[in-house]
Design a protein around this ligand. Structure first.
Ligand code: SF4
Length: 693
């Protein structure tokens, strides 16, 4: 630690003792104790008494120290020279020059020629709202985020049926748990204890995922559907519940619309047809349906991101949300829980400064995405950067996102970002994206700032605490505040002196003070949890009811019911691309494009790998660790192979982790095959071939 620390000028909030806060090395936000010793962050341990993680953390949590003290941290603003190298400049010079260039672009091409992009490397809720607020105050509707390829799809899938985002179920209360396309030990480690509690009570577990994962080993039923076919199974289960009249009559009759439409459509999803589409044996389909009938409504259906990255992802999620409602698992603890929000102020200016007439990028192609999320389409933004849009996108400020690694069609993304007149990246490290920037600003990690967090499942609010600061590094509020002052709208839209003042303003209507939150690091319940609220108030859908069929979608020319479309790799099967590539699944030590630079994690995962079934490897005469070429319709990647065991992957399916800077799988993924509702790219189910080099 001292060796790494000597590179940085660090000031901890106290010399010795413990700071209780939340881990932000991933989205789970486990409660942690950060131990300080002689002014050094010495250790991170779990903090007992928080309902999210109940006294456990994963290895990524303690690696927040490695990240904080990392020798490669950017700690000074950098400016790119004409020869492509960076020089350090003062913060004042960097912000003055950036503000001047932003004004120049606004005058020459209009405010919408500048976009603003939020990642998750530095923060969460407040970080997003700062970026949104700044963009609107500047006059541009062009807000982008990593939600373009994660979360928005499931959010829309649920909210189109019930009007709300399904916050995580209370699994211990379930008698039956169905997991679709998810790997909880890696993605949501705290769920494992909840599953264990449920299993101890006798709950049944069904895991449906193309790849064997640790939780599948404990399942009563484990089946490997072909990638992208979960919707077919969902419809098969809906058919069974309707045809055997085993659904929740009272809930459906009184609180839903569109039953007759889905009943008609479901007829074709016989167990035989589901088997043909998904590869799941017809008997297994019937077994799953019978278990739902037996255990409903005390059941949890949980879809992971595995369902999202197809051109029919939202509808696959809608199908499962509809299945939950038919089973009566609506606004129950273990079913689709409808969380109530805390009374608070929002930083966004979506109502105050609406911008639909400014042509938000992608709002014409994906109107539901913009209408429901006020978010532009990041894949379409690349076309605008390349001069192929309705107007030019000339400038971009990115805070803690790495689209040069995480967005599909990497070759195009690099070209697009390189074409900008102004690219500013605020981040912890010189990422692939930051290397393309004109200016790089040092970003503050979660240990260097405070932020308000909400846990909808528990209706709790928690404050993360600042633990230390590094000389030269400012939190992102300071960035937006200082730029806004230079651009002339600071006083109106960023009047708060610092992040603490912002949080007081946000919290004011709640009656919960910042001091009270500080004194309760375990979080505070802002409203007691209540269930079955739909009995006394309308659901937040356009009709106020469960919408098995959506007139809202029909208005945009989209399918009213969540029709099943066989995935792209089936509809476009070709002997040139006989393998199905899936990507986007997580590794235990990495979080998307983060943490690959942590030395001790690199000893476990020294390189990326393409994982392949042993029969396929034998057919191609490929041996373990041999470098092979993976080729798609749009590009290729050379990468070492890992021959997995027979039960891990289906034959014909290969998998590559997505976050590596050195082996960017997105060189082979498509940006222009999108879900028509949310605009998500095809990141799973990509047709490819594997070549021996
Ligand atoms: S799961 Fe791990 S990385 Fe994520 S918040 Fe919890 S401890 Fe941190």
């Amino acid at each position: 630690m001292p060796e790494r620390e000597s590179k940085l000028e660090v000031k901890t909030v106290k010399s010795d003792g413990v700071v209780q806060t939340l881990c932000r090395m991933c989205d789970t936000r486990c409660a942690i104790n950060v131990h300080l010793k002689d002014g050094v962050i010495a250790d991170i341990t779990p903090f007992d008494g928080h309902p999210v993680n109940q006294g456990k953390i994963c290895p990524r949590g303690s690696a927040a120290i490695d990240q904080f003290y990392h020798i490669d941290r950017v700690t000074k603003p950098l400016k790119k020279q004409t020869d492509g190298t960076f020089v350090e400049i003062s913060r004042q010079q960097a912000l003055d020059e950036i503000a001047l260039k932003l004004n120049g672009l606004k005058q020459a091409h209009g405010a919408r020629s500048v976009g603003f992009w939020k990642g998750e490397g530095l923060g969460f809720y407040q970080q997003e709202e700062y970026v949104r607020r700044f963009g609107h105050a500047f006059g541009s509707p062009n807000y982008f985020s990593n939600d373009s390829a994660c979360y928005n799809s499931r959010y829309l899938g649920y909210s189109l049926v019930t009007g709300f985002w399904n916050s995580f179920p209370e699994f211990p209360d379930a008698d039956l748990i169905l997991l679709f396309g998810t790997n909880p030990p890696i993605c949501h480690p705290p769920f494992m204890r909840e599953f264990a509690d449920a299993r101890q009570r006798g709950a049944k577990l069904i895991v449906l995922v193309p790849r064997l994962n640790p939780i599948a080993c404990y399942a009563d039923i484990f089946a490997q559907p072909y990638p992208g076919t979960d919707g077919a199974l969902g419809w098969g289960l809906i058919r069974y519940l309707i045809e055997t009249k085993s659904y929740d009559f009272d809930l459906v009759e009184r609180y839903s619309i569109g039953l007759e439409k889905i009943a008609r459509y479901a007829k074709r999803f016989t167990p035989e047809y589901v088997e043909e589409q998904s590869g799941i044996y017809r008997d297994v389909v019937v077994d799953i349906a019978e278990m739902i009938v037996k255990y409903r409504p005390r059941m949890s259906i949980f879809p992971g991101t595995g369902l999202e990255h197809y051109e029919n992802g939202v509808n696959n999620v809608r199908t499962l949300a509809s299945l939950s409602c038919l089973a009566g698992a609506l606004d129950t603890s273990c079913g689709l829980f409808w969380p109530e929000e805390m009374d608070r102020r929002r930083l966004t200016l979506n109502d105050e400064l609406p911008f639909l007439d400014q042509g938000p990028i992608g709002a014409d192609k994906f109107p539901v995405l913009y209408d429901r999320r006020k978010e532009c389409h990041s894949m379409t933004a690349m076309d605008y950067m390349l001069g192929k849009g309705d107007y030019p996108l000339k400038g971009l400020i990115i805070s803690a996102a790495n689209p040069a690694v995480t967005n599909p069609n990497t070759a195009k993304v690099q070209k697009a970002l390189s074409n900008l007149d102004l690219l500013v990246v605020n981040d912890l490290f010189l990422t692939k994206t930051a290397r393309l920037a004109h200016y790089v600003l040092p970003g503050a990690s979660f240990l260097e700032r405070s932020e308000i967090h909400f846990h909808p499942k528990h209706q709790m609010v928690t404050l993360t605490q600042k633990v230390a600061e590094i000389s030269g590094v400012k939190d992102d509020y300071q960035l937006w505040h200082d730029l806004a002052q230079r651009l002339g709208f600071g006083e109106k839209y960023f009047p708060w002196e610092n992040e603490e003042a912002v949080m007081r303003w946000i919290l004011e209507p709640s009656g919960i003070s910042l001091e009270k939150l500080r004194n309760h690091p375990e979080g505070l319940v802002y409203k007691p949890v209540r269930y079955k609220k739909y009995k006394t108030r309308l659901l937040p859908t356009p009709s106020g009811k469960i919408e098995f069929a959506s007139a809202y979608l029909k208005k945009f020319g989209l399918a009213e019911i969540p029709e099943y479309i066989p995935p792209y790799h089936v509809r476009h099967s070709s002997p040139d691309f006989p393998f199905i590539l899936t990507t986007g699944a997580r590794k235990s030590l990495f979080y998307h494009s983060r943490h690959q630079n942590i030395a001790r994690f690199r000893t476990v995962h020294p390189t990326a790998e393409v994982e392949i079934h042993p029969d396929d490897a034998a057919d191609l005469e490929i041996t373990d660790k041999e470098v092979v070429r993976v080729v798609s319709e749009i590009g290729y990647l050379e990468i070492p192979a890992r021959v997995v065991s027979k039960s891990e992957l289906r034959k014909g399916v290969i998998e590559i982790y997505h976050g590596w800077e050195e082996w960017r799988v997105n060189f082979v993924t498509h940006d222009s095959i999108n879900d028509p509702i949310c605009g998500f790219p095809l990141l799973k189910g990509v047709p490819v071939r594997v070549e021996k080099i």
